[in-house]
Structure formats: structure tokens, C-alpha cells
Design a protein around this ligand. Structure first.
Ligand SMILES: Cn1ncc2ncnc(NCCc3cnc(NC(=O)Nc4cccc(C(F)(F)F)c4)s3)c21
Length: 273
């Protein structure tokens, strides 16, 4: 039988449902594939905008990379199709939506919830790095929540196979490690830095180097100006983990498999993830 990936899809294969969100390049809709009744998310991208931003090659790379990734904490990209004006991404549907909205609602997460998310992201990144893929854009906006509350990394639009490493700047600087902000060579340890930023933001509700001006954020990142506010109360063990991840020298950052053995993760993360 032909797998999902080989079928040539088109819009008439789907019933389109409610909008799920809108990104810079287009909107996402709930959709049902008519023959199988399979619920998916359909991201609609305008070719004109992709051409304007010269990102078509990134989209092709994303589709290529995603077609080889299978992990419970990585949102599946089942396939794509296009018509005259648009490109459509057929995506796994994450029933509990966007993590950043959940973080805004709760202000910050409990240590158990934060550690559970960080551990599942670490496992997903170990899987990606094992396939020589670095995501490079780990931030709350790219994280979704599945039906059982599990975290799913989405949007590999900035991911690369680790032999080519160039990247142009775009989007928030907050999650970028020093070597990317300074635009020098970088490797999989960039995702360890971003995971450290995320862990801080899960616990405090804001990323550690946030500042009013880009120039101030830039300076705080390259100086690793890491401060832990007195509120909310966060365990010393959590601060120890974050301090081992937000290290300027990329080779000195805590490796992801060591993160899974860190006491804060062992004592707080729910093993099911
Ligand atoms: C909101 N929401 N709620 C539930 C839910 N369930 C599933 N998905 C959702 N949202 C979509 C999440 C995405 C996954 N993969 C993406 N990929 C992408 O957007 N790629 C992409 C776009 C434009 C340009 C480029 C390029 F060219 F620069 F590379 C790359 S977006 C959901």
C-alpha cells in the first residue's frame, strides 16, 4: 500500500475546520482528510510571501528533514501539496494547542511541570541530534501540547543538517546562544542553550536576558548576564541545571544525556513525559 507521504494530496481531499492560529507566513486550520476521517492541522502558506522572503529552500529543507523524524515529542509533518498561489503543510494536530498561551495563562509553571517538559524536549533533541539535525529555533511559540498533555516540538523551518550551518537573523533574539548572536560557527549545542532559556522561562515566566532594546538583550546574552529573581521561589537544584546549560563556551554546556540524569530532572520530571 502507498504510504501517506507518496500520495499526491489536494485541497478537495480535506474538509476545512476552525482556524487554529496565524503565523507570519499564513494561517493554520483544523482539517479532516475525507477518506480516512483523520484529523490534521493544515498550514496554508502564500507562495508570494515565501518568494518575497526567499525562504522556499528552507521550506523544502523542513519537509525533507521532517519526513525522516518520528518521535512522540516532535510534531509530525505528514506531507505537503500546493496550488496556484499557496503551499499547504499537512501536520499532526496538537489537540491542546500552543504552549506559549498556556504559559501566559499560568504566568509560570510548577517545577514538576517545567521539569517534565524539559525532559521530554531533551529526549526529542537527543533524537534529532542523533540524526544530525539541529532545530535552532526552540522557543515557546514553536511548542505545542498533544491530547495527553505531552509537548511537541513544531516548525522545523529553521532546522538544518549539521553539515551546513549558516543562518540569517530573524525573529526574537531571546533564545539565541552567544555563538549565533555573534554569528560564528555553531553546532547542536545551540539547542542546549535554547533549552536552558526555555527552562528559565518555564520557571520565571520570562526569558533570562529579556530587555527593552535589542542591543541590551544582545549584550546580556554575550555576557551571559544570568540573574535569578527572588520571586517566584525556585529550587537551587533548578538554578544549578540552568547555570550548566547557559554557558558561553558551547562545548562546556551540559550534554543532553547528562541533563536527563540531573537531580532536578530525576526528582521532578514525570517519566511518562
Ligand atoms: C496552532 N496550532 N494549534 C494546534 C495545532 N496543531 C498543529 N499545528 C499547529 N500549528 C502549526 C505548527 C507548525 C508546524 N510546522 C510548521 N512549519 C512551518 O510553519 N514551516 C514554515 C512556515 C513558513 C515558512 C517556512 C520557511 F520557509 F521559512 F522554512 C517554514 S508550523 C497547531
Amino acid at each position: 500500500a502507498s504510504t501517506v507521504a507518496q500520495k499526491r494530496w489536494n485541497l478537495s481531499d480535506f474538509d476545512i475546520g476552525k482556524p487554529l492560529g496565524r503565523g507570519k507566513f499564513g494561517h493554520v486550520y483544523l482539517a479532516r482528510e475525507k477518506r480516512s476521517n483523520h484529523i490534521v492541522a493544515l498550514k496554508v502558506l502564500f507562495k508570494s510571501q515565501l518568494q518575497q522572503s526567499q525562504v522556499e529552500h528552507q521550506l523544502r529543507r523542513e519537509v525533507e528533514i521532517q519526513s525522516h523524524l518520528r518521535n512522540p515529542n516532535i510534531l509530525r509533518l505528514y506531507g505537503y501539496f500546493y496550488d496556484q498561489k499557496r503551499v499547504y503543510l499537512i501536520l499532526e494536530y496538537a489537540a491542546r494547542g500552543e504552549l506559549y498561551k498556556e504559559l501566559q495563562k499560568c504566568k509560570y509553571f510548577s517545577e514538576r511541570r517545567a521539569a517534565t517538559y524539559v525532559a521530554s524536549l531533551a529526549r526529542a533533541l537527543i533524537y534529532c541530534h542523533g540524526k544530525h539535525v539541529i532545530h535552532r529555533d526552540i522557543k515557546p511559540e514553536n511548542l505545542l501540547i498533544g491530547a495527553q498533555g505531552e509537548l511537541k516540538i513544531a516548525d522545523f523551518g529553521w532546522s538544518v543538517h549539521t553539515f551546513n550551518r549558516r543562518r540569517t537573523m530573524c525573529g526574537t533574539l531571546d533564545y539565541l546562544p552567544p555563538e549565533m548572536v555573534e554569528s560564528v560557527e555553531h553546532d547542536a549545542s545551540v539547542d542546549i542553550w535554547s533549552l536552558g532559556i526555555l527552562c528559565y522561562e518555564f520557571l520565571y515566566g520570562v526569558p533570562p536576558f529579556e530587555a527593552m532594546e535589542h542591543s541590551d538583550t544582545y549584550r546580556r546574552i554575550v555576557q551571559v548576564d544570568l540573574k535569578f529573581p527572588p520571586k517566584p521561589i525556585v529550587s537551587p537544584s533548578a538554578k544549578d541545571l540552568i547555570s550548566q546549560m547557559l554557558v558561553k563556551e558551547s562545548s562546556q554546556r551540559l550534554p543532553l544525556h547528562k541533563l536527563l540524569e540531573h537531580p532536578w530532572i530525576v526528582q521532578n520530571a514525570d517519566p511518562s513525559g
